[in-house]
Design a protein around this ligand. Structure first.
Ligand code: HEC
Ligand SMILES: [Fe+2]
Length: 453
């Protein structure tokens, strides 16, 4: 039984470890999501910025009508920066960096995404790199192709930052040529900011729901283990009981056989069987003996032959032998019996019959044992026989049994006394008990001064 308990504990432990391990991996995977997502966003942002910058660079910048919002770029030092069309309208040249800066300033930033164009060698001091950008630009000079970091703002938001280098191409030299750049040099970089707040909130939600799911699966698993544990315990107990019963009856049978072979006389043999029962059930010790004696005397009082009376005595000696199969807890239980326990007790006449039926006696001993709880009106057990269907031997033993049982002590009640016992058979005379047998019994006690040993 211990091994089942240990196995169940081990199983629960393994189940818990398995699920918490899987949950851990799952959460780790989920926690990577916001960053992976941010990296993709950053890359696609940079890709599109580089694309429209390249497009503008192809033309050496593009001309637009200047406005208050987008005035001519003071840092663009080309002669052709400002031109006038043939019909007198002003146009100003927008270099790619100016365009990029304006786009970032005016169209990004609101939804937690932004970018920044910067360099170590500035034409426009406003494009100054911050500390991390500065470090990244130095890394680009040494050949790095991308840099990432995560920063926490003063308001507690986590910002994913990603930066890529910008290299000098032929078309850049038109404006950046005088800064001593060669094609392929790192001109600067585009850095991006992605606020992780939103996607981390979403991730937290999914982590929560996954934890609940795991908890549910975990509990279901544990319940399953508990149920199978309880079932196997019950099976084990049942098996133990069966083995126990088996060994008890084996021992008894062996004892019985050896005692039988040692005693030649029939009465002594039956006495031996009776003693075996009384060893298990001290409360009925002597009960069978006294019932046998009283039953024999009733038989003689009824005028039966000595021979027949002797047979009745023998039946009395073993009338409860079937109780050998009743669990000892039931036999010796103090207090009231449950229905189930009582139904176990009720099996004893049939068991006694089964034990005795194959022994050849000159008297119907097995039948008397089988019928000793039958009642005249059919209210007895096991067969519910009525009237003369119950053999005389059994009718005599049942009266002797009740008188003896009521007047002596039982585990569940003190003896009620002989008077009460005689009143009982008198009141049930002709209903439960054979009237002649009852009368003979009353005469024995009242006229012949019969006493139990
Ligand atoms: C039409 C002239 C022009 C062309 C072509 C041009 N740039 Fe610039 N670029 C400028 C000017 C002017 C600035 C500084 C003012 C500003 O921020 O607008 C600048 C700024 C930059 C900056 C920001 C750092 C700083 O010095 O302020 C980077 C990086 C940059 N350019 C890269 C490039 C690259 C790479 C190319 C080629 C793909 C290129 N530019 C083509 C004119 C040009
Ligand atoms: Fe009995």
């Amino acid at each position: 039984m211990n091994s089942i308990k240990n196995n169940s504990l081990l199983l629960s432990l393994l189940w818990t470890i398995l699920l918490s391990g899987l949950l851990f991996l799952n959460i780790q995977e989920l926690q990577r999501n916001p960053i992976q997502h941010a990296e993709l966003q950053a890359k696609s942002l940079i890709k599109s910025v580089i694309s429209f910058r390249a497009w503008a660079s192809n033309f050496g910048g593009v001309y637009v009508h200047p406005s208050n919002q987008y005035p001519p770029n003071p840092y663009l030092k080309t002669q052709e920066r400002d031109v006038i069309t043939t019909d007198g309208k002003k146009l100003t040249l927008i270099n790619p960096a100016y365009m990029t800066r304006q786009v970032f300033q005016d169209f990004y930033g609101k939804d937690g995404i932004n970018g920044h164009l910067t360099s170590l060698k500035l034409l426009n001091p406003n494009n100054r790199p911050d500390a991390w950008e500065h470090k990244s630009l130095l890394a680009f000079e040494k050949g790095s192709k991308q840099e990432t970091t995560i920063e926490t703002t003063s308001s507690g938001d986590r910002i994913f930052r990603y930066m890529q280098p910008l290299y000098i191409e032929e078309k850049c030299l038109k404006c950046h040529g005088n800064q001593n750049y060669k094609v392929g040099d790192v001109r600067g970089g585009i850095s991006t900011f992605i606020n992780l707040k939103k996607s981390e909130a979403i991730t937290l939600k999914s982590i929560r729901s996954i934890v609940w799911t795991y908890a549910l699966v975990w509990l279901i698993g544990l319940a399953g283990i508990l149920i199978s544990y309880r079932r196997s315990i019950l099976l084990e107990i049942e098996r133990d009981q069966r083995i126990n019963l088996l060994s008890v009856s084996q021992n008894l049978a062996q004892e019985f056989i050896s005692e039988m072979s040692e005693t030649s006389n029939l009465e002594q043999s039956l006495q031996a069987i009776s003693t075996m029962l009384e060893k298990r059930d001290p409360y009925t010790a002597g009960h069978q003996q006294r019932v046998a004696d009283l039953a024999e005397k009733i038989a003689l009082e009824l005028g039966l032959s000595k021979e027949q009376a002797h047979g009745i005595r023998l039946a009395g000696i073993v009338h409860d032998i079937g109780k050998i199969q009743t669990p000892a807890e039931v036999l010796t239980k103090p207090g009231k019996l449950t229905d189930i326990e009582f139904s176990l007790i009720k099996l004893h006449p049939q068991t006694g019959y089964d034990i005795l039926k194959n022994i050849k006696f000159p008297w119907p001993i097995a039948e008397a044992v089988l019928q000793h709880h039958e009642r005249l009106d059919g209210s007895g057990y096991p067969q519910g026989l009525k009237g003369k269907k119950i053999i005389l031997e059994a009718r005599i033993i049942s009266v002797a049994d009740v008188v003896e049982a009521m007047s002596s002590h039982r585990p569940y009640r003190a003896g009620l006394g002989l008077e009460a016992a005689l009143e009982e058979i008198t009141s049930k005379r002709g209903i439960h008990f054979d009237p002649d047998v009852v009368d003979a019994c009353l005469r024995l006690f009242k006229e012949h001064g019969y006493k139990f040993d």
